[in-house]
Design a protein around this ligand. Sequence first.
Ligand SMILES: Nc1ncnc2c1ncn2[C@@H]1O[C@H](COP(=O)(O)OP(=O)(O)OP(=O)(O)O)[C@@H](O)[C@H]1O
Length: 255
Amino acid sequence: MNSDLLKISSLSMRFGGLLAVDNVEFAVRKEEVFAIIGPNGAGKTTVFNCIGGFYKPTSGLIELDGTAIQGQPSHKVARHGLVRTFQNVRLFKNLTVLENLMVAQHAKVKTGILPGLLNLKSYRRSEEEAVERAAVWLDFMGLREYANREAGNLAYGHQRRLEIARCMITQPRLLMLDEPAAGLNPQEKRDLQQLIDQLRREYDVSVLLIEHDMSLVMGVSDRILVMEHGKPIALGLPEEVRNDERVIKAYLGEE
Ligand SMILES: Nc1ncnc2c1ncn2[C@@H]1O[C@H](COP(=O)(O)OP(=O)(O)OP(=O)(O)O)[C@@H](O)[C@H]1O
């Protein structure tokens, strides 16, 4: 049985004369939390952008459960069950918290102009179901009391949780988190670690994250890929990576 959900082979991305990602290979297993770390400019975000359909890789293969997805735009990639958050939270800031969760489900709600105008029963039912799903995620994330507040007015930590809820409500197979701990206080970081753990356990989702916060990475990841200058320099369990000479050198060299 193949337990790999996402498989990256010989991935390279060139920007003009710069080889930002140089022959990267790794696989994320089903229900695994997999982190990519590395000093600034190592190529982590570029790998993310290739996987998420924001960049067309110069070469290489990206497979999700056996289906090649490289070069597909992000909305198509999302249909395969791969969704992401962003380094700087991206929400519809003028919409309420609940509305953000409703918009995220547009692909599931039976919309279409005619059924909506006629207020058909099937349309109403599917909208009710979407509200019910949103309520479940509001509770799960501790955001119910903010349901009718504009997303842009939420505390930053809550915005981050809403962004993750907005991904999870689409029932993804792979959740990609781009520096989810950035801007969070120590308590919020501990909550985030618990949250990631819980999502994987209860929702069978694999998590791929980029993160600079080492305590979160070491605490939550099953395996870690370390990149430097576009190349993978280590891949293994947290304790293996932590003690790897090349990794220590890459990080010390940064300071
Ligand atoms: N769109 C782009 N055009 C040109 N160069 C780019 C582009 N995106 C990234 N780069 C370059 O590619 C290299 C890798 O950048 P990338 O953002 O992937 O690194 P990173 O590991 O995510 O860094 P950080 O931790 O600072 O976010 C850098 O030298 C960067 O300047």
